[in-house]
Structure formats: structure tokens, C-alpha cells
Design a protein around this ligand. Structure first.
Ligand SMILES: [Fe+2]
Length: 465
């Protein structure tokens, strides 16, 4: 089932990566009180206790399938910590994850420690590339759940969460207007071993050093991509313009103040129904007090007027589309977005706007930056692309107008992971302040339903030229 992932050069590097990723999950939840771990505040979120168990469950399925004489830790845990995998047996319904006080947090941590012990001894004893690929997938899966933990802890506690926030860099340059980008045939998707033949970085070049060769998170992430990013294939796009920056709170406030949420004209029919049914007047986490809009965040409840330059966050596809229509613009397709985020002025494609190296803190606002929210537009001039577009990587996931469907020639590398979600969802690109640096690439395809806005979602607009 699993194939085409780069094989690590030694066990130690993969073991170090395993330890680092597993440790970070526990660092994220460390400020929680015991009562916080088991509460489910909405159907879409999961209790933190469930995440720390579920990410261990994933590795236990690897052990079950591949470690000789491995004995299941607990049938009850298999039931409670399975997410949606029909192939791995029955499971608790998602909205009911917060209705049980057992397994306790203590029992869940003991389970996690047991799985780690078993995994580490297993990793020292095997050099099977299939297993190493599965473990890498498990670590990418865990990084996805680290990001989900940020969303869920925000919904659970928001400004009551006692996390130390690093101060934001502040806008270094003024970023305005749109970049004009030439169309034509382009390569869409991750190059990978099953992909096409675009003129990206050369195999074996210094830029292509595998993560495993240093065993830390400072090298590039070319060694991994999800199956849904492959195969790379050619598509044709027309010339287009795209915003040089994500739409800001200030921009979006103008839409609200212009009656944007009260005018059916800007909305898709389903979006307009949602606005009325859910009584939407602003993005999630915006509150109005005495006629003034404020945003509740990890750093407290602050007036929008203090955060005008930050990319707007927690908007649905419906809200992003309505704003774009109001301005006489539209959202970009994922091909347009990828063209902006991958191609340099010579027509050469890269993994990131700046080349092949995974993001550094100065290039984009990702989880390691420690801000737990988006930074002002213009804060990352070192992350700019060849056309003058800023913050394509990090800060907020950006909605595209593209449906989440398989690329031509798609082959599933793990049953039920990505393949069963290819219907009724939209693609988002670029990662957010909650995404680990190692986990993002410009070809990464995130996906959510058009009405969802509990994740760190924003957008930039595009236009025909
Ligand atoms: Fe999962």
C-alpha cells in the first residue's frame, strides 16, 4: 500500500525524528489541566486526550501488522482511538469522543508510552523500507494532529490557554496590490518518483539532502509528499493576477462594514443559507462589544483596530468567495496558487517560493515561530516569491476555488487516508501558524468543506487579466 517515499539512510535518523515528533505532541498539551483533556466543545473538534491516544493508535496498527508476536494493548483502546478507518474495525462515533471519561488521561499516556517503547525497539531491529515509509507517514499524520490540537485547544480554551507566546516580528515592508503572472502549460503537483519531469532541483544536488541524513528538522522536506500531491502532471492556465498578500483583518472589516454579511448578492446559495442559519456576522472568534469588533485569540480579546494588518483567519470558503465577489475578484485555482508559490522568473519549479529548503523562521510564520496566530502582512520579506507575493507559506491556509479531487493518474498509497475524501471539499494551500515547518510544501493539498472555519483558514484573491 505504501510506496515511493524516500528511504532513510540509517535507523538512528528515523528514530530521532520519531522521538522529536512524539515529544512535540506532549509539549503542545503540557499547559492543559487534567479536566481540559476530555472535553469536546463541538462535533468538529476532538478532546486532547483523544489526539494523544489516536496518534499512538496509528503506530499500534503498524506494530500489529509488522512486529512479530506483537500483542494488542487493549481492544477497548482500539475502539476508542480509531478515527474513521473502516478497515481497522468499529469505532466510537466522532461526536461522542467527549462523552466518555475513560480511558483516563493517565491510562492514555501509559498507552502512548507503551507504544513508544514498542516502536523504538522495533525501529532498531528493522530496515524494511516499507515499514520505514509507514513510520514516516505516521509521523506526518502526527504532525497533522499537532495542528488539529492547536485548533481544538483554541476552541476549548482560547485566551484561557496558558501558553507562552513569542512576540511577532512586525511588518518590515509595505505589501500592496496584485502580481501579474504569465500562464501557459505548467507542472502541477509534487515531482516525486512517480511524478513527471519538470525542471526542478536536480536529483542528488546539495539542495536535495534528505531529512534523514542529518536527522534533524533543519534540512528540506523533499523526502516526503502525500499521495494526493502526485503524480505531477501538466495543466494549462491563463495569465492571471494574484494578491501580493493575504486578505487582512482591515480588508475584511471593510466588507463587514459595507453590509457584506447582509447582502445575498455576494454569496453562493449554500453560503447565504449558512449565513442565515448560523447567524454569521463576521469570522469565527470575532465578537462585537458596544459596536466595536474584537478578536478573541490565545493572547486575549483585542480590538480588530489593533490587528488590522494581520491576515484574516477562521473564514469559510463561503466567506472568502463572498468577499472576492464583492471586490470584483475571485479566488485562485490551486494551479494558479501553485504557479505563484513554486515557480521562479526563469520558469523553474521549486518546493517553496524561495527554493528547496524547508522554511526558516524568517521566511514564514509556522508552528515553530511560536506566535499561535497570524503575523502582520509584510513580516516575512525573506519568504517572498519571484513575483513579489508574500506569506504564501505559513500564517493562514489559503482557500482556492478548486475541488479536492484526485490528480490524473493518482494511486492511493494508504487505504482510507486521502483517497476516500475526494468529494465535496475545497483545496487550501500554504500551511498556517499551526503547521510544523517540516510538514509543509507548496504542493501540499489541505481540504475542508466549504462551510468550515474552525481551522486556521484565510485567503488571497485572484483576477483574470
Ligand atoms: Fe488521524
Amino acid at each position: 500500500m505504501v510506496s515511493t517515499l524516500r528511504v532513510p539512510t540509517d535507523n538512528k535518523a528515523l528514530i530521532d525524528l520519531y522521538k522529536n515528533v512524539r515529544r512535540r505532541t506532549m509539549e503542545i498539551v503540557a499547559p492543559l489541566e487534567i479536566e481540559d483533556y476530555v472535553i469536546q466543545t463541538a462535533e468538529f473538534m476532538s478532546p486532547p486526550r483523544w489526539h494523544i491516544g489516536h496518534t499512538s493508535w496509528f503506530f499500534e496498527t503498524v506494530l500489529q501488522a509488522h512486529k512479530p508476536a506483537f500483542r494488542v494493548y487493549s481492544e477497548d483502546f482500539l475502539y476508542y482511538f480509531n478515527s474513521y478507518y473502516e478497515g481497522f474495525g468499529s469505532r466510537i462515533e466522532r461526536p461522542k469522543r467527549g462523552t466518555k471519561s475513560r480511558p483516563t488521561v493517565k491510562a492514555t499516556v501509559a498507552y502512548r508510552n507503551h507504544v513508544d517503547e514498542q516502536m523504538l525497539s522495533f525501529l532498531e531491529s528493522t530496515s524494511d523500507p516499507t515499514i520505514w515509509s509507514l513510520v514516516r507517514l505516521g509521523l506526518e499524520h502526527e504532525m497533522q494532529h499537532q495542528e488539529l490540537l492547536v485548533y481544538d485547544i483554541k476552541h476549548l480554551l482560547c485566551d484561557q490557554f496558558d501558553v507562552k507566546l513569542k512576540s511577532k516580528p512586525g511588518s518590515a515592508v509595505r505589501v500592496e496590490g496584485m502580481a501579474e503572472i504569465e500562464g501557459g502549460l505548467m507542472w502541477l503537483g509534487y515531482r516525486g518518483s512517480s511524478g513527471g519531469s519538470s525542471p526542478t532541483v536536480k536529483e542528488g544536488s546539495p539542495e536535495e539532502i534528505s531529512i534523514y541524513q542529518s536527522g534533524d528538522e533543519s534540512t528540506n522536506s523533499k523526502g516526503f509528499a502525500f499521495d494526493n500531491e502526485k503524480p505531477e502532471h501538466q495543466v494549462f492556465i491563463k495569465d492571471f493576477a494574484i494578491d501580493k498578500a493575504p486578505v487582512s483583518n482591515g480588508d475584511f472589516l471593510a466588507f463587514i462594514q459595507n453590509g457584506g454579511y447582509k447582502n445575498f448578492r455576494w454569496w453562493f446559495s449554500e453560503g447565504w443559507e449558512t449565513v442565515n442559519r448560523e447567524h454569521w456576522h463576521a469570522p469565527l472568534y470575532w465578537e462585537i462589544h458596544d459596536g466595536q469588533w474584537l478578536i478573541r485569540d490565545f493572547d486575549g480579546l483585542r480590538p480588530v483596530s489593533e490587528r488590522l494588518d494581520e491576515p484574516v483567519c477562521h473564514v469559510s470558503f463561503f466567506e472568502a468567495s463572498a468577499y472576492a465577489k464583492w471586490l470584483g475578484k475571485r479566488l485562485p485555482t490551486e494551479a494558479e496558487w501553485e504557479k505563484a508559490a513554486c515557480y521562479d522568473s526563469n520558469g523553474v519549479k521549486h518546493l517553496f517560493p524561495w527554493g528547496e529548503q524547508i522554511p526558516r523562521a524568517e521566511q514564514g510564520n509556522l508552528f515553530e515561530n511560536g506566535h499561535w496566530s497570524a503575523a502582520p502582512v509584510g513580516s516575512y520579506p525573506q519568504g517572498v516569491n519571484a513575483y513579489g507575493c508574500h506569506q504564501l507559506i505559513g500564517d493562514v491556509w489559503e482557500w482556492t476555488t478548486s475541488d479536492y479531487v484526485p490528480y490524473p493518474g493518482f494511486k492511493s498509497e494508504f487505504d482510507e487516508y486521502n483517497d476516500k475524501w475526494f468529494v465535496n471539499q475545497k483545496v487550501l494551500r500554504g500551511g498556517s501558524f499551526a503547521t510544523p515547518q517540516l510538514h509543509i510544501r507548496s504542493t501540499y493539498r489541505n481540504f475542508f468543506h466549504a462551510h468550515e472555519r474552525w481551522m486556521t483558514s484565510g485567503f488571497r484573491c485572484a483576477q483574470d487579466i
